[in-house]
Design a protein around this ligand. Sequence first.
Ligand code: GN1
Ligand code: MG
Length: 378
Amino acid sequence: MTHVQLSSLDVSTSLRSIAEQFDFVGEVLDVQRYGSGNVNDTFLVTLASDPREKAILQKVNQQVFRHPELIILNMRAFMEHIGTTNGRCADTQGRRWETPDIISTKAGADYWRDPEGGFWRMTTFVKDAQTYDTIRDQRHAGEIGYALGRFHSLISDLPVESLYDTLEGFHITPRYLAHYDVVVANGYHKSSPDIEYGRDFVAQRRAWASVLEDAVRRGELMLRPIHGDPKVNNILIDDVTGQAVSVIDLDTVKPGLVHYDIGDCLRSCCNPLGEETEAFDAVRFETDLCQAILEGYLTEARHFMTGKDYDYIYDAVRLIAFELGLRFFTDYLEGNVYFRTKDAEHNLRRALVQFRLTESIEAQAAAIRAIVAAQRIS
Ligand code: GN1
Ligand code: MG
């Protein structure tokens, strides 16, 4: 893995000198690791002259994002587009809504490459707002739904061809299954009841795992611009009003299905214990939160949703929870090569959470479908 180790003074000095490559006015006071991302290295940069002035510095994981410059091109296309359409949605007037902007380097480029080829970029910091790693309440859920709907609405008329594919195969569940099969065939030298449970869990669901891709093939669902990762801690909430003000982490803004986003948002936000819990047996998908999110989402997204789009919402929620569990499980069996981990079993624990969540979704299929049906006609 290419993650930055922060153990020595040398590293913090070099992080500061990396931050100073960017056109961020003034001397850098401090650079601290920030957030809870599983793939890139993220740092909060603070200025000496005014500690309230901050920026986000990131080293993009090039094991995952093989062409990180495409992320920047997509961010530019995205921002140019919403710059011209901002405020377009009638019922969002008067609300605060911000998008982190790219801060160029002093040489005028959108990113900086370190001598080892590391890819660094800087974006503006959205002030007086924060993210939460787990959902707080119904209102928070409604705001998250609204934010995803607003995000989709803003880009719904951005031609999908104008975005690069920054991560090929992302959220295409059959591709993750194919990779899982290779990892299993290569052998994994581990054994435990949890592994057996995971193996059975995947085996029982694999025939259904192409449900969204089959719908695309039949022409029922279409590619649109998506966020790719609208989990609970990628939506910024205003400290004062409690309203959502931004959807951050634009690395996976690319062509996809809005169902990947709806599924990811619901699997993340309707699990109040969060992705990192170890209370596996208490993991539950909360349908009240699901209702609040869909309601918030549709206030903004209703205008582009088709009948078929509604038909696949339940499958999307079930699928993306299953898919993330499969991704964590595969990474565990493969020796933890993709997601950042705290220890060797971390990815197995994360997989168990997502598998339990999938079971809870399946057990409440009728209730979730009823929520979608009610929202569809309201
Ligand atoms: C990864 O790196 P981060 O935390 O933004 C992953 C998502 C997962 C998420 C689970 C590019 O996102 O797909 O849903 O972890 N991103 C990538 O927390 O694989
Ligand atoms: Mg992400």
